[in-house]
Design a binder for this molecule. Structure first.
Ligand code: FAD
Length: 627
């Protein structure tokens, strides 16, 4: 289409251009060099008016040619040289229409003002925009954001299946919450205090030992060395599998690539191909991948209107304390709260546990949670039920005071602790702007919606671990990671079955469960003949020796499509080693093993595991050592 009005054509004389004879289809083939020579002008024209006149003439000349071609009905018959190169059109158009001084100087001024405004208002965005000029770009099959259990398990399995994988982590060490500030450091401290618990029990058996003191320096070394060994081992394993590790802050782009910037305070991105040997990358990094896996994890949730400050701490800070506190108030009734309550109480701390309901682990099967509540109380944890925290006073002085009310009363009550640990849950790390910008679907609490294979609402974008709703547990994230990697690699994995994910609380005693409770089984339309079998724990010799109370119940029932074959549907345990016992229950529940076959399995004697074997026999209608 012409850029000019048609009237111009009639007014101006048209200069005819030389054309070469056409070859083949009769299409005129211009002498390209000649045509370009006609179109080009000196870079610095001596006479600006003359130049503009010439440009105008050339534009009209081209327009005429175009017009004639349109008249013949075939625009392609316009001489090629008249259409190319495009930049000469633009140059001539500008020359012909504008006085350069009048046009460019104001435009340049406007651009300058806009640039200053943008730099001031969005410094990060502007920097990101300009730094793209020297940004490195790398290609992988899979890019994974987050190096915790979800991210690294996906990486390990995907690499095993031959995929090229990059794992982007902002922390200095891999392993996420679990290895650095969750499962592993908490269990090292619990292992230490378990020794104290055993000593206390030893006294009851006539072994006169006492705990003189705790060397917190050594305890800290024990914790850091354990964590170091685990994180370094993980880095080595990932390197061995050929996974590229990038240390930086990752942002998924709406277009589907991953943009990495240096983490605050580091100044550059690090790229590890060998474990522990990072090479700096200048500027920023653009990662293009077929599939993107998001595993950004979670962080502790503060109390409403009471941010973590002073002696009001979260679980990460609690794990980093130099000593165990002499007194503590713990707010919460879940795994993290109960593990700290057990750990600190065993080490001699006065622990007050503020819980909302009548028992800890209130979402669990009733008998299990009631037994654990009783056992914690027996060990001296002061459990205040039906409490509602109103505010926490964290003054300049040591410690903090928690104000709370109790159900049915307006009276203000308070509890003081050298530390106050709020362990009321975790917030998924899905609130960065890029989740919104990429239109990743999240529920009201921020959890990303996924199917049982980890697929999100976006093609080739997957999510797992603590950012997805369900149990926030490392082993769930491992399983999700394996399934996602296999799905991406084109295998046919089984979907993740949230009903068969075991849950464990590493308190003293431990609590664990898997599968359905009796109430849940009865509520399910696809389950018939649901039954509960309770095993009296103290009829087991090892339980008796341990000095611990406990409970065990098994839920059995059949699926409606096969009502003749009862299966083990759930197990709920409180025992000193419930975390190990639940593994057997998980195999039975997860593999839908018929109850009759499960009851035939032999358990070594005398062990805690016999409790489970005996419970299965009883559920199958043939109890051995019980009535
Ligand atoms: P995370 O482990 O949180 O990892 C996410 C990673 O992503 C982090 O390293 C983070 O730095 C990184 N990241 C986030 N955003 C970005 C970004 N934009 N760019 C780059 N990197 C990013 N579970 C159990 O199964 N057993 C236990 O005994 C147990 N004990 C626990 C004890 C405590 C005190 C706590 C707090 C948790 C415990 N958990 C336990 C839970 C377990 O730690 C989590 O379920 C698990 O770590 C979740 O894994 P994830 O990969 O989803 O996330």
């Amino acid at each position: 289409m012409s850029l000019f009005k048609k009237e111009d054509k009639a007014q101006e004389p048209v200069e005819q251009k030389a054309q070469e004879p056409t070859a083949g289809k009769g299409r005129p083939t211009p002498k390209r060099k000649d045509a370009q020579a006609q179109n080009l002008r000196p870079l610095v024209p001596k006479d600006r008016d003359a130049s503009r006149k010439a440009a105008k003439a050339r534009m009209r000349e081209r327009e005429n040619a175009e017009y004639e071609a349109m008249q013949t009905g075939d625009v392609n018959h316009m001489p090629k040289a008249e259409r190319l190169p495009w930049r000469i059109y633009i140059r001539d158009y500008v020359d012909a229409r504008f006085n350069l001084g009048e046009f460019f100087i104001p435009v340049a001024f406007v651009i300058l003002v806009v640039s200053i405004f943008v730099t001031y208002k969005w410094p990060h965005g502007f920097r990101a925009m300009t730094s793209r000029i020297d940004m490195a770009q790398e290609h992988f099959d899979i890019a994974i954001i987050g190096g915790g259990p979800g991210g690294y398990s996906t990486a390990l399995r995907a690499a095993e299946l031959g995929k090229s994988v990059v794992l982007i982590e902002r922390d200095a060490t891999l392993g996420g919450t679990c290895l650095n500030r969750g499962c592993i450091p908490s269990k090292t401290l619990l292992t230490a205090t378990h020794a104290v618990e055993n000593m206390r029990h030893a006294k009851a058996m006539g072994i006169n030992v006492s705990v003189e003191s705790i060397d917190f320096g050594k305890l800290r070394t024990f914790r850091t060395q354990t964590v170091d060994t685990m994180t370094k081992g993980l880095a080595g394993l990932l390197a061995h599998r050929g996974v590229t590790i990038v240390r930086g802050e990752a942002v998924m782009q709406p277009c589907g690539s991953v943009h990495v910037t240096p983490v605050e305070g580091l100044g550059h991105i690090l790229r590890f191909v060998k474990a522990g040997v990072g090479e700096p990358i200048d500027g920023e990094l653009e990662i293009v991948a077929e599939d993107i896996v998001i595993a950004t994890g979670s962080r502790p949730s503060p109390l409403p209107d009471n941010p973590f400050a002073g002696a009001l701490i979260d679980s990460t800070q609690a794990l980093e304390l130099d000593t165990f506190p002499s007194s503590a108030v713990i707010i919460g009734a879940g795994a993290v709260a109960l593990e700290f309550a057990s750990m600190w109480r065993t080490a001699g701390c006065d622990v007050t546990l503020l819980i909302r309901k009548d028992r800890v682990l209130s979402a669990w099967e009733r008998r299990t949670s009631a037994t654990l509540t009783r056992e914690l109380k027996r060990r001296g944890v002061n459990i205040i039920t039906h409490s509602h925290v109103t505010h926490v006073e964290t003054g300049a002085n040591l410690g903090a005071t928690v104000h709370y009310t109790r159900e049915g009363s307006e009276a203000d009550m308070s509890a003081y602790g050298e530390v106050v640990l709020a362990a009321i849950g975790r917030i998924p790390n899905t609130d960065a702007d890029w989740f919104e910008a990429c239109k990743l679907e999240r529920d009201a609490r921020g959890f990303i919606g996924i199917d049982a294979f980890g697929r999100t609402n976006l093609d080739h974008v997957w999510a797992l671990g603590d950012i997805t709703s369900g149990h926030s547990l490392a082993h769930r994230a491992f399983e999700q990671g394996i399934v996602i990697a296999e799905k991406i690699a084109g295998l046919d994995p089984k979907p993740v079955d949230d009903d068969t994910i075991p849950q464990v609380v590493f308190s003293f005693p431990e609590a664990a469960c898997v599968g359905l409770s009796l109430d849940e089984a009865r509520a399910r339309k696809d389950v018939v003949n649901a039954q509960e079998t309770v095993y009296p724990m103290l009829s087991n010799s090892r339980m008796l020796m341990s000095g611990s109370g406990g409970s065990l119940s098994i839920v059995s029932g059949a699926y409606a499509d096969n009502p003749e074959v009862p299966l083990v549907l759930g197990a709920h345990i409180v025992s000193p080693i419930a975390s190990d016992l639940i593994a057997e229950a998980e195999q039975l529940v997860g593999n839908h093993v018929p109850l009759h076959d499960a009851a035939r399995l032999i358990h070594p004697h005398p062990t805690f595991s016999e409790t489970f074997g005996e419970a299965l026999l009883k559920a199958d209608g043939r109890p051995l050592h019980t009535r």
